[in-house]
Design a protein around this ligand. Structure first.
Ligand code: NAP
Length: 339
């Protein structure tokens, strides 16, 4: 076993990084510093994919070994780092990175994977991966795996998100981690150098990244048409004839607004295609980039179409409610008449 540990298990920095990692029970030893949720899920996934895993904890005797799959070795942080031939995951929070500085010598030349995420958007601060690279100048820091939750890691390749964003300044180390992610059943995406790590760290914080513009546009259209219909059917009759139609606001006015919003949103789905065609005709070529605003608009057509569909569905529901209300009104009137 000891001798096994000494043989190079992952390709060395100089070797061909595109060479696939062997996937057998005696496969490469991957170390994980930290024994929390992420470490546990990562260990489960790595073992399932044929890697040997050594988890490094501050206090290995306190860890409930039943939480980790069979075959996972739980050692001290130093022993875990020493066991890893090449790849070491830092599965601790960034505020605890400084506690690992004493392992600097052991981590020298190894691929240190930073899996942390940002806690705030657009903070303008240095990324966690860059801070880690400053703390460990002799290690090859690679950013990745933070967009995969502990749950998705355990769920396997068939469930949850499969895309893993990866970046690093060391291309050989990055290739090793890209290959590792592929071996684990993920779809790795190379985002370039470590300067992109902030984007990767912020990725889990961005909810529905391409929906902001379309939702805002639909909301503004809704406000415009709702205001116009309220003015026309509520305020003007009141000022003109003293009619109080305020009860129409939640159902009737809403139902008049929704199809107008749906139609204009649908028009916004098809309009950019026509504008793009005009651009191409004017330029005499289709091999030129569209202006940024048009590019952006073209990329949001699917979202606009779905929002238009949502308005249509709501319109159908409101129409049905109005019909039912009218039918109930007639039933009551009929009952009163018979009485
Ligand atoms: P966690 O369950 O709290 O585990 C963190 C581990 O760090 C602990 O088990 C502990 O291991 C170690 N630790 C705690 N305090 C420490 C200290 N003062 N000094 C040194 N080590 C300390 O957290 P986690 O959910 O596994 O997250 C770990 C990292 O993964 C974070 O950076 C997080 O952003 C990232 N991540 C997590 C998820 C997720 O779904 N959980 C997803 C993506 C990324 P020992 O006691 O064994 O040393």
């Amino acid at each position: 076993m000891q001798n096994d540990m000494k043989t190079p298990l992952l390709a060395s920095a100089a070797s061909d990084a595109s060479e696939p990692l062997p996937r057998c029970p005696g496969g490469p030893v991957i170390s994980i510093i930290g024994s929390g949720d992420f470490s546990r899920s990562l260990a489960i996934r790595l073992v399932a994919c044929g890697f040997r895993v050594v988890v490094g904890s501050r206090n290995p005797n306190r860890i409930d070994r039943g939480l980790f799959p069979d075959g996972v070795d739980i050692r001290s942080q130093k022993e875990a780092v020493d066991s890893a031939e090449r790849v070491v995951f830092a599965a601790v929070y960034p505020e605890h990175y400084y506690t690992l500085v004493w392992l600097r010598r052991q981590l020298a030349g190894k691929v240190l994977v930073d899996v942390s995420s940002a806690t705030r958007l657009n903070s303008g601060e240095q990324s966690n991966a860059e801070k880690l690279a400053e703390l460990f100048p002799e290690s090859r820091v690679v950013k990745g795996f933070n967009v995969i939750s502990a749950w998705a890691l355990q769920a396997g390749a068939h469930d949850g998100s499969r895309q893993v964003l990866i970046c690093s300044d060391c291309s050989t180390s990055k290739d090793t981690v890209l290959q590792l992610a592929r071996s684990m059943g993920f779809s790795p995406m190379d985002l370039g150098g470590l300067c992109r790590s902030r984007d990767i760290e912020e990725a889990p914080l961005i909810l529905f990244p391409s929906w902001g513009g379309p939702i805002l546009t639909t909301f503004i259209l809704f406000l415009f048409f709702y205001g116009y219909n309220s003015l026309r059917h509520i305020l003007l009759p009141y000022l003109d004839k003293g009619q109080n139609n305020i009860h129409q606001l939640p159902l009737v006015t809403m139902n008049e607004t929704l199809p107008a919003v749906a139609l204009v949103t649908l028009a916004l789905v098809y309009l950019p295609g026509l504008v793009a065609a005009v651009f191409q005709l004017c330029r005499g070529t289709k091999y030129k980039r569209f202006p940024h605003w048009l590019d952006h608009w073209l990329c949001r057509r699917k979202q606009l179409g779905l929002l238009s569909f949502l308005c249509v569905v709501l319109h159908a529901v409101y129409s049905m409610c109005l019909t039912l209300r009218r039918a109930a009104g007639y039933t009551l009137l009929n009952a009163a008449y018979h009485q």
